[in-house]
Design a protein around this ligand. Structure first.
Ligand code: PEP
Ligand code: MN
Length: 338
């Protein structure tokens, strides 16, 4: 941290700041300037003590110099993170497709979707068994039964499974079925859940919260990494803004920013990002062109009859068209579609 004193600060006020920094156990470095004094602080692990310095007389500002996240930061890990998942991989230069329905509704529809996607070359199937719904009266997911159907879909097709966990108590069972455990937007800051997932050996797909800043999102990823889980995938799924022409505002501009600050892979969810199937293909192309590591996209055998998120789900045909349109762009970019 760097303390900037006001131009009017007295030598005594500078001395008091130096004293407080020492009381906190850190080392002050006084840097006199032409019009004001600055005091560098070393030996601190984060912004702790910032408030107690910022409120001292004569202090104009206390500036953070290093980022509060460590393990997710590019400063500590310069190479992009990549790891194998089921029969594919995430990160490190490929474009990984994850597709499937919002919810697992019954055995037939999830197996049918898995068979179709496998024929399309997709390697990872999404489907929620535990669903975070805005209304307590809406379909909440099939729970354990849904996990069994996902397992069946895997056995029939070889697809890897991506499914959401909503609470600590279900982690152990979901670990058995999932190849990637999804943390939904509403749980991005569920710290007990993140801590529990820091202990799993399965990769975690961490969705950005409904109003999550980059720093809050990366700190949530830091929770997962801090317990030893290095396999974290970020997922941008749109944030809440004043705009109401789409369900959320898909923040594709966060892709290069994420690249700059962290080595973790980033996937885009254009389905929740737009809320409308007709906008999903263009945002998928844009995600690839902007350098995302892949997509998680909702696909349903009969979107009009879906129990959740039908309007944003692609039909099988629409998914085929969308994935075909990705190919020429991927070729130009020399990015394999995985
Ligand atoms: C989902 O993936 O179906 C879902 C509920 O997503 P989100 O957490 O992004 O709203
Ligand atoms: Mn959904």
């Amino acid at each position: 941290m760097l303390v900037v004193m006001t131009p009017q600060a007295t030598p005594q006020q500078v001395e008091d700041v130096v004293k407080r920094i020492r009381e906190l156990g850190f080392t002050p470095h006084v840097i006199p300037g032409a019009t004001r004094t600055a005091i560098g602080i070393t030996g601190n692990r984060g912004p702790e003590g910032r408030e107690s310095i910022a409120t001292l007389p004569g202090v104009l500002d206390v500036i953070r110099v290093t980022s509060p996240y460590k393990l997710v930061s590019r400063e500590t890990h310069t190479e992009p993170t990549a790891f194998p998942v089921a029969a594919t991989r995430v990160g490190g230069g490929g474009f990984t497709l994850i597709a499937g329905p919002c919810s697992v509704e019954n055995e037939k529809m999830i197996v049918e979707t898995a068979v179709y996607l496998a024929a399309q070359g997709v390697k990872l199937l999404r489907g929620g068994a535990y669903k975070p719904r805005t209304s307590p009266y809406s379909f909440q997911g099939l729970g354990e039964e849904g996990l069994r159907y996902l397992d069946k879909a895997r056995r029939e097709t070889g697809l890897g499974i991506v499914t959401e966990v909503m609470d600590v108590e279900n982690v152990a069972r979901i670990e058995e079925v999932a190849d990637i455990i999804q943390v939904g937007a509403r749980n991005m800051q569920n710290y007990p859940l993140l801590r529990r997932l820091s202990l799993t050996r399965k990769p975690v797909l961490l969705k950005r919260g409904l109003a999550g800043t980059l720093e809050e999102w990366l700190m949530a990823a830091e929770y997962i990494m801090s317990g030893g889980n290095r396999q974290v995938i970020l997922c941008e799924r749109g944030v809440r803004t004043f705009a109401d022409h789409t369900r959320n505002t898909l923040d594709l501009s966060i892709i290069p920013v994420v690249r700059k600050y962290t080595h973790l892979p980033i996937l885009i969810d254009p389905s929740h990002g737009t809320g409308k199937a007709e906008y999903v293909p263009s945002m998928s192309l844009a995600s690839l062109a902007a350098g995302a590591d892949g997509l998680i996209v909702e696909v349903h055998p009969d979107p009009q009859r879906a129990v959740s998120d039908g309007p944003q789900s692609l039909t099988f045909d629409a998914f085929s068209r969308m994935s075909a349109s990705l190919r020429p762009i991927a070729e130009v970019m020399r990015v394999p579609i995985l």
